[in-house]
Design a protein around this ligand. Structure first.
Ligand code: 5AD
Ligand code: SF4
Length: 466
């Protein structure tokens, strides 16, 4: 039997890339590849790239420079190292990568990962291979499902893609160009995936997609199901304790989603709902198709449905022509909403997007200064949110042994890591924890109830091996 070949994937960017990396591992497992954490002895290195913000593609070329040296070293030792570039930079700049980086053997866009085995064979036969065919609507279904051992090794929380692509065309964003039009998977396929994950010990599912609440997959009844209905159905699958979804657009929050938050205890009260700016002029120039007022109204609908709900968001500072007054409107919105956390970015022009042609600019110094002010405000809200947990008893889903001996770590409903001293038997269980203190972003606490007889959890049985 041939020894397994080693595969190393380096992923940048969003959750979708993390998920895609896992699916590439699963697909290549069928070709005799096993994943390795070290790049040095890999037979195949895949850079899974991101194009969303500045310098992403420059990072790829400098990484390729380092890999070229490693590839040459390997060749001197009589070993072959193949290099592939995947992800959104591959999609956007495939031809240029082939031209600029002769060390690259395969360039593969996100719509074509199911062709990776054929592309590697083509590169072997003809030297190099490029595929950025686009879009391949049935790409989801060609990917190999993960094997039970792979599911268990990845732990009790898992991503499942439910849709890909985006039709919103925000003027700053490359996603509609690199990931293509919005495509939703049929409900039946998602149920099959979630059942397989649950059978192998997964207790928490995060449904992912670039615009996940635009979901409109075909249901088993032949009708189009919105995200809320899908969540209702998934909550019925035995073993699934928690459901989440990411990333949402404020305009696509429909009543089914609000009702799901009202009715499903398994649907976690933590929603990532990017707003980008608090200024209506900027929001219009971004083509967000909502105002600050619309956003507040959406937040109010969530809060009315579930009172312990918390929010996170994405912000862009320094969008072309953003004035100090417009930036202040963003700070005002953050103060009014009160976030549990948020990401903020300096605007960077993405080639091919409408905003890249806008002539007004904001100086680098102003952008830096606005970013600091916004991040300080968000940080203070985040620490207030975390501090407010002290003294409370909250449910924690335990995921794994922590670094400190004897400690087990899990997450609260709001994704805060929480540590307790306990037996590994609790891994895979949701248990109430009384929070005693906060260490940076981590909560420390004690199990609120004695754990008399652990609930059987397929995952904890398999990992502790007793
Ligand atoms: N410049 C800065 N930030 C951007 N984002 C998307 N495109 C850009 C850009 N051109 C941010 C948005 C989005 C997040 C994933 O990345 O805030 O919600
Ligand atoms: Fe990009 Fe999100 Fe806008 Fe779609 S909704 S274009 S993914 S920022």
């Amino acid at each position: 039997m041939k020894p397994p070949r080693k595969l190393h994937i380096k992923s940048y960017g969003c959750q979708m890339n993390v998920y895609d990396a896992q699916r590439m591992v699963d697909t290549l497992a069928g070709e005799g590849f096993v994943e390795t954490a070290s790049v040095d002895d890999a037979d195949l290195v895949i850079l899974n790239t991101c194009h969303i913000r500045e310098k992403a593609s420059e990072k790829v070329y400098s990484e390729l420079g380092r890999l070229r040296v490693m590839k040459d070293d390997a060749a001197r030792q009589g070993r072959e190292m193949k290099i592939a570039v995947a992800g959104c930079v591959a999609q956007a700049e495939g031809e240029e990568i082939i031209r600029r980086a002769p060390t690259v053997d395969v360039v593969v866009g996100p719509q074509s990962y199911h062709h990776l085995p054929q592309l590697l064979a083509r590169a072997q036969a003809h030297g190099r291979a490029l595929e950025t065919e686009f879009p391949v609507e049935d790409k989801f279904e060609f990917l190999a499902p993960p094997k039970p051992a792979a599911i268990r090794a990845r732990g009790i929380s898992s991503f499942v893609t439910v849709q890909e692509g985006c039709d919103k065309f925000c003027t700053f964003c490359v996603v509609p160009y690199t990931r293509g039009a919005e495509v939703s998977r049929p409900v039946g396929k998602i149920i099959d995936d979630v059942m397989r994950l649950a059978d192998n010990g997964v207790r928490e599912i995060t449904l992912i997609g670039q615009n996940v609440n635009a979901y409109h997959g075909e249901g088993p009844d032949g009708r189009v199901w919105p995200l809320g209905r899908l969540l209702q159905r998934l909550a019925e699958i035995p073993g699934i304790a928690r459901l989440r979804y990411s990333t949402s657009h404020p305009r696509d929050v429909d009543d089914s989603l609000i009702e799901a938050h009202r009715d499903l205890p398994a649907l976690m009260p933590f929603v990532h709902l990017p707003v980008q700016s608090g200024s209506d002029r900027v929001l219009a120039a971004m083509n967000r198709r909502h105002t600050a007022r619309d956003y507040h109204e959406v937040i109010d609908r969530f809060r009315a449905a579930r009172q312990d709900i918390a929010f996170s968001s994405d912000f862009i500072v320094g969008f072309p022509g953003e004035t100090e007054e417009e930036f202040s409107a963003t700070l005002a919105l953050v103060m009014q909403i009160g976030y549990a956390g948020a990401y903020s970015f300096k605007y960077s022009p993405r080639p091919g997007t409408p905003a890249a042609d806008m002539r007004e600019t904001v100086s680098a110094a102003e952008m830096d200064e606005r970013l600091v002010r916004l991040q300080d405000l968000i940080d203070s809200q985040q620490s207030a949110f975390n501090k407010a947990m002290i003294g409370k008893t909250v449910d924690v889903l335990f995921e794994r042994a922590a670094r400190n001996p004897g400690q087990i770590v899990g997450r609260t409903a709001w994704l805060q890591p929480a540590h307790v001293m306990a037996s590994p038997d609790i891994i895979g269980q949701v248990l109430p924890v009384t929070i005693e203190s906060l260490e940076r972003y981590s909560l420390l606490g004690e199990l609120a109830l004695p754990v008399a007889r652990p609930q059987p959890s397929p995952f904890s049985q398999m990992t502790t091996g007793a």
